[in-house]
Design a protein around this ligand. Structure first.
Ligand code: ZN
Length: 430
């Protein structure tokens, strides 16, 4: 039998707190899980710095990837035998679901911004390059790696398959909402996934939802909305993110100045030089990054050592609401005061906007990449969800941008010039 269709002698089962069990029957899936590139995801947290706000959020990208695979496996089971569903592409869906986040690195959000990286490029390189993942996929068929990469890049010709992994209601989102809610311990990420899976139907180019399942989908949309504002954009998480980005900026700036690190940052050199190859990238995980942060606390450079100490010991920046239309004048004044107080404003006075973070709850018409949700009506016609649901209509198209100004209140507290300290405190309302 071809490797593509080969089954394990015995089903493998992972115990999972969200889906109870994750079932693996196909040899190729089991082999992909065993690759070093996939195992590396165990060492990368799904939610980056969120654990500093919600201490339970220690779950990894490994568990999320398995979860997305399991949801797709269940959807396929329901789709089998239905019109528009072609069973030959079953393994393609499963492999793409499993590998959709394979290119993520540690603290992706900050690393991508500071070093100009894109995890999606690394996903493509891991699938198509000289890796263990690629050699497993090639064993199935020489063209198989290309197909998997196209599904993940959303360019694959069969849009039904693409929509299972990336649309407004896809396996990726369903898993991360449930998983992130479970591990953060919040009550609002819940929705009835069993019900949603039962009302999903394959159409030629996308998955649609039977009209009778509309309320379950409303719940899912509301849970997305809540999770974004309560968890993903949490201001304390963003404070940690700001400090992390500034550590990376500082280390890069020092490297460019020719500064001699006590511990030479060999894992960072290609990042600093904008010349990261796949092998360097795969070596990075949170363990490596935290090792450097530990070591850099002892550096001569005050800014680098202070920022690392803050990140590791959770001495985060405080924040105030910041409206760029109203507060720019404040910001300019603060900037000069900080310079006078010898607190480098480039590292200690930072405006962060939540629109820099993934913000994509349901907004029909505004999203090019994600297909809107269509309901399958009793008459057989399709209707876009927000036209049928008043709940969804109410939160559709409402883009909220949130800006905050971050600063270290402890350093302000320690300013000796009382006049300067008072001026700063007045603006910051300390
Ligand atoms: Zn994902």
């Amino acid at each position: 039998m071809s490797y593509m269709l080969q089954q394990l002698n015995e089903e493998k089962v992972f115990k999972d707190p969200v889906h109870r069990y994750i079932h693996v029957r196909d040899s190729i899936i089991w082999d992909l899980i065993g690759t070093k590139e996939f195992q590396r995801l165990r060492r990368i947290r799904q939610l980056g710095t969120t654990f500093l706000t919600f201490h339970g959020a220690e779950h990894s990208r490994f568990s999320h990837s398995l979860g997305v695979y399991e949801i797709v496996r269940r959807i396929i089971k329901i789709f089998q035998g239905r019109p528009h569903w072609n069973n030959e592409e079953r393994i393609l869906c499963l492999a793409a679901a499993l590998l959709h986040d394979i290119g993520h690195g540690p603290y992706s959000h900050s690393f991508e911004k500071v070093f100009n990286l894109d995890h999606e490029d690394f996903t493509q390189s891991i699938i198509l390059g000289d890796t263990e993942v690629n050699s497993i996929l090639k064993k199935a068929d020489s063209d198989f790696p290309r197909k998997v990469s196209e599904v993940i890049a959303k360019t694959y010709e069969n849009k039904l398959i693409v929509s299972m992994i990336s649309s407004q209601i896809d396996a990726d989102r369903m898993d991360y909402l449930l998983r992130d809610a479970y591990f953060t311990g919040v009550s609002y990420g819940q929705f009835d996934i069993e019900r949603i899976l039962r009302v999903m139907r394959p159409k030629e180019d996308q998955v649609v939802i039977k009209h009778s399942g509309m309320h379950a989908v409303e719940d899912y949309i509301m849970s997305r909305y809540q999770m974004y504002w309560q968890v993903y954009f949490h201001p304390v998480t963003r404070s940690a993110e700001v400090i992390l980005s500034k550590i990376l900026h500082r280390a890069k700036a020092l490297h460019e100045e020719g500064y001699t690190f006590k511990l030479e940052p060999i894992h960072f050199v290609s990042l600093f030089n904008d010349d990261v190859d796949l092998d360097d990238y795969i070596k990075l995980d949170e363990g490596i990054i935290q090792f450097y942060f530990q070591a850099w606390q002892e550096e001569e450079d005050d800014i680098l050592s202070d920022l690392c100490e803050r990140f590791l010991n959770r001495r985060l920046f405080k924040y105030m609401e910041f409206n760029p239309n109203v507060h720019m004048e404040h910001w300019h004044r603060l900037y000069t005061y900080f310079v006078r107080a010898k607190i480098d404003p480039d590292y200690y006075l930072i405006v962060d906007s939540s629109s820099d973070l993934p913000y994509d709850f349901y907004r029909p018409g505004e999203e090019e990449e994600r297909l809107p949700i269509h309901l399958l009506m009793k008459s057989g016609e399709y209707r876009e969800l927000s036209r049928e649901s008043t709940v969804v209509e109410a939160i559709s198209g409402k883009k909220r941008t949130d800006h905050k100004l971050y600063y270290p209140s402890d350093l302000v507290e320690r300013i000796e010039d009382q006049d300067l300290k008072r001026k700063i405190s007045e603006i910051l309302e300390l």
